[in-house]
Write a protein that binds this ligand. Structure first.
Ligand code: G
Ligand code: G
Ligand code: MN
Ligand code: NA
Length: 249
């Protein structure tokens, strides 16, 4: 059987689940946000990561219903976490889908989730492929009061020009850049200047993939607002999030 048919069955038979990884606020040392991360548990007992199946689902278009399932599930789960933001990854195919903004509006209405607490993480791929469509969709999404976040910054083509054109509410500095900035002066310069530019544009900045105290010190000193990484939290089931809220680390 091909993975495509398996993915179709996965939706029907409820084989997807979401984990949530907390992001820590640098000033308050409290959880400020959680990122929803998709998991697929196959009937044969194997779990397959989204880095493997999301590209396949994008090819077949299945990412559209899967993405809607993710949004609805995440909004329902996050209703319980009053004070924090919810971050959801959106793939290029979803953003390019003309129906997406309307479907997002419906999910917000059905779930009663506050749009001001929702962040959609998009990657530069969405914007490079079709900047005109992306800009139109982003404008509609923003009209709901939903925040738009640029994910994986520092890995590809995304430039300061992108930041000017699209005006994200938040920038996420990719794990690879955080890692290289520790030892490589050029990478450190890119990281530092990115944070400076983002903050000057009134974007929040998250450092991703922070695994060591040394990296945490470095990204704090650089001016990052939030830290995401295994140093503090790995992704966990929804039921465990509550115990980390409203108290410092
Ligand atoms: O959680 P993990 O490290 O395995 O994620 C691997 C990749 O899959 C990351 O790039 C992440 O952004 C992406 N990803 C995780 N969950 C989702 C999702 O719900 N939708 C989409 N489009 N991508 C996701
Ligand atoms: O592309 P995106 O930033 O959405 O990817 C998120 C992925 O990064 C998740 O799959 C998550 O498991 C992974 N991740 C989060 N924190 C860390 C970390 O500290 N180290 C590593 N290696 N991966 C991380
Ligand atoms: Mn992400
Ligand atoms: Na990333």
């Amino acid at each position: 059987r091909d993975i495509d048919e398996d993915l179709r069955q996965a939706l029907v038979h409820d084989q997807f689940s979401l984990l949530y990884q907390p992001l820590v606020d640098c000033d308050t040392a409290r959880v400020a946000c959680v990122e929803a991360l998709l998991r697929w548990h196959r009937p044969d007992g194997k779990s397959i990561g989204p880095d493997v199946f999301v590209p396949v689902a994008e090819q077949s278009g299945l990412i559209l219903p899967i993405g809607l399932w993710v949004l609805r599930r995440a909004c329902m789960d996050a209703l319980a976490w009053d004070e924090i933001m919810l971050s959801v990854n959106i793939s290029a195919a979803q953003l390019r889908n003309a129906e997406f903004p309307v479907q997002l509006g419906q999910i917000l209405e059905e779930t009663g989730f506050d749009p001001g607490r929702l962040e959609l993480e998009i990657t530069e791929t969405c914007l490079v492929l079709d900047p005109v469509v992306a800009e139109r969709s982003l404008a509609m999404i923003r009209n709901f009061g939903v925040n738009v976040v640029l994910d994986d910054f520092g890995t590809g083509f995304a430039s300061f020009g992108f930041l000017r054109q699209f005006r994200f509410e938040k920038l996420k500095i990719d794990r690879s850049l955080v890692e290289e900035a520790e030892t490589d002066e050029a990478s450190r310069a890119v990281m530092l200047s990115s944070v400076t530019v983002a903050r000057a544009m009134r974007m929040k900045v998250t450092a991703e993939g922070v695994e060591t105290e040394e990296q945490a010190r470095m990204v704090r000193a650089a001016g990052c607002d939030q830290i995401q990484g295994w140093l503090y939290f790995k992704a966990m089931p929804a039921a465990e999030i509550g115990k980390y809220l409203n108290r410092p680390l």
